[in-house]
Design a protein around this ligand. Structure first.
Ligand code: ZN
Length: 300
């Protein structure tokens, strides 16, 4: 089974490597800022969406994209406040969410994340779905405060609640809710409008994604502004739609895995063709997404 998966993923790795290279021209990236009220903002550049809280206590930053973008991110924050970034909270270990840690940490921010984020960033990581090994991060990039389940910050007049949801996108995911501002940052537990990446070599699984999205829906009401890991700002209706699509994907693929079909046989059946997912090929196309879902379900 493992051998078969390796062969199958060589194809996927080639496609993703090309996409990655195209996305690395950071000179052309602009950081856009969306005001969510109550001193809270969403920022978009390249990599994972940022959540920002600005107020008397300083700046609370959720994720920090890639290292070459740190100056641009700091400039976008500087347009809102003269106060420093006090905390950076990583939603998970992936480099498009933690790449700026070293820069922001050296500038004085305290980096916070789930225990498994520090554990994974401390040693080389194999991302089988991308066909690459990510080298260990330098000490200066590692979270200095880690938590196992929950942590609450009392900052800028808000309770900022970080909750670990297990084995969804990875095994170190955190979702963050700004209670008074009614804003939730989901990290990569939620991709809005595109095929979601599920990092099965880091413990991710579509079953966990569905369960985690159910828990995030429990945290939200009709007015909650939801910052997804990737894609545009969302509402509870949008997240509910994605959760329903993931259930339909799981229900279409799981029986085929349980029948013992190979990943190539499952891909060849085009099991998602009738689901009207409405996700255009982007970081992943439909066949690549099927391979990732099968790998996660097969590893259970
Ligand atoms: Zn990710």
């Amino acid at each position: 089974m493992i051998y078969g998966r390796r062969l199958a993923f060589a194809v996927l790795a080639a496609g993703l490597a090309a996409g990655q290279a195209a996305a690395q021209d950071f000179d052309k990236v602009d950081i856009s800022t969306t005001d969510l009220g109550n001193g809270l903002y969403m920022m978009e550049g390249a990599g994972g969406n940022l959540g920002v809280s600005v107020g008397d206590d300083g700046v609370f930053l959720i994720d920090d994209q890639y290292a070459p973008l740190s100056e641009k991110i700091q400039a976008a924050i500087g347009a809102l406040t003269d106060k420093p970034v006090v905390y950076v909270l990583n939603t998970h270990w992936h480099g498009d969410h933690t790449g700026g840690n070293e820069n922001f940490g050296k500038a004085g921010a305290v980096i916070v994340a789930h225990d498994n984020v520090r554990t994974r960033m401390s040693v080389d990581q194999v991302m089988e779905a991308l066909g690459r090994t990510v080298p260990a991060s330098p000490d200066a990039a590692l979270p200095v405060i880690t938590f196992s389940q929950n942590v609450t910050f009392h900052f800028n007049g808000q309770a900022v609640q970080a909750t670990h949801l297990s084995n969804a996108h990875t095994d170190g995911d955190a979702v963050i809710k700004f209670k008074e501002g009614n804003v939730v940052h989901t990290g990569d537990i939620y991709f809005n409008g595109l095929f979601p990446f599920i990092d099965f070599t880091s413990g991710g699984n579509i079953e966990g994604m569905i369960e985690a999205q159910n828990k995030i829906l429990d945290m939200a009401d009709d007015d909650t502004k939801i910052i997804p890991g990737h894609g545009p700002l969302a509402t509870k209706v949008d997240l509910t739609s994605t959760r329903d699509k993931l259930i339909s994907v799981r229900d279409a693929i799981k029986p085929l895995v349980e029948q013992g079909l190979s990943v190539d046989e499952i891909v060849a059946q085009k099991p998602l063709s009738d689901l009207n997912l409405g996700w255009p090929p982007s970081f992943l196309d439909e066949d690549q997404f099927v391979r990732i879902v099968v790998a996660g379900l097969s590893a259970q």
